[in-house]
Design a protein. Structure first.
Length: 111
């Protein structure tokens, strides 16, 4: 009986020590995850600033004109196409003002 009591006492001490070690281990893990969270939040904020800078309309227009050589469309170069049954918006110019350029070489290639 005395041996059973001693073994039970040793097991209780062992469980208590194991619990304390596990609590300390989890505490370190929590602190490591908090640090990682802070670093990820900083990186997210930096990426949001970079995204905002890269998607700014002024920057896109500058890159389009300077690097790609694009120019804004001239009057009559934009043609809005509507699906059947779709009502055109009120901001569209009258039909007689819209001109569509035809490529004469397309018809000749088929002949």
């Amino acid at each position: 009986m005395k041996t059973v009591t001693i073994v039970a006492g040793v097991l209780l001490v062992f469980v208590f020590v194991w619990e304390r070690v596990d609590v300390v281990r989890l505490g370190y893990q929590i602190e490591r995850l908090k640090t990682q969270k802070i670093l990820l939040e900083r990186e997210r904020d930096q990426l949001q600033v970079k995204f905002s800078a890269l998607t700014a309309p002024a920057r896109i227009a500058k890159v389009a004109t300077e690097k790609l050589g694009l120019v804004p469309p001239q009057q009559g170069q934009v043609l809005m196409v509507h699906l059947p049954g779709e009502a055109p918006s009120l901001s569209l110019p009258p039909v007689e003002q819209v001109r569509v350029a035809k490529d004469e070489s397309i018809g000749r290639e088929r002949e």
